[in-house]
Design a protein around this ligand. Sequence first.
Ligand SMILES: N[C@@H](CCC(=O)N[C@@H](CS)C(=O)NCC(=O)O)C(=O)O
Length: 214
Amino acid sequence: MTTKYVLYTARRSGAASVEVMLSALGLDFELKDATPWSEPPGPCFEELKSVNPLGQLPTLVTPGGEILTESVAVLWTLLERHPSDWVPATSTRDRAACLRWMQFASSTAYAAVGVADYPARWTTSRSPAARAAVERAAVARMSRAWDIVAQAFPQKTGFLLGKRPFVCDVYLANLSRWWRMRDYLTSAHPSFAAMMKRVDVLPVVAPVWGRHWS
Ligand SMILES: N[C@@H](CCC(=O)N[C@@H](CS)C(=O)NCC(=O)O)C(=O)O
């Protein structure tokens, strides 16, 4: 049993949005570097695998010892347990939209990132050409996902759900950084890219992004 939240994290990973939310909610937490892709892996990678067999980030251990995985579930559970104005009020259309678009981004864009990052997992072929083809298909799927998100939010001011940002803004701003999707958004959907930049500079977000992407 711990007294604080423990977040297994890595630079430039999906754990960044969880770091933002732990700070925004004023929670006591410890970060453990469990970078899976470095050589050698982060010092806490073996420990991460003992709590999450896939060895993926973000993985959060609660003060009560529960293991939380899956980025949307991790964020949503935190927001449910620590009420704040980072999520729209219960039963509102905005709350449904907030969860819908986080889940959409997770199951389309984030899932495609997992394929592009590790194409060998998604083809039985050992040929570099076959793996490169899987990677290209995954990147195309990512762009398609961001087209759909950007077309759903054509506004030129404010954030996804109006004048103030919610957890969905932070989540999408994190996910859209991979595989040059910000460059893609800037050319294909400039007003959406500008919205993501407004999220990047929020006082709770900028220091975390600075640690991850500087
Ligand atoms: N469905 C998971 C995906 C998590 C994921 O793919 N995380 C990446 C880092 S951003 C990871 O740990 N990759 C290492 C691996 O898959 O081996 C979620 O939403 O949290």
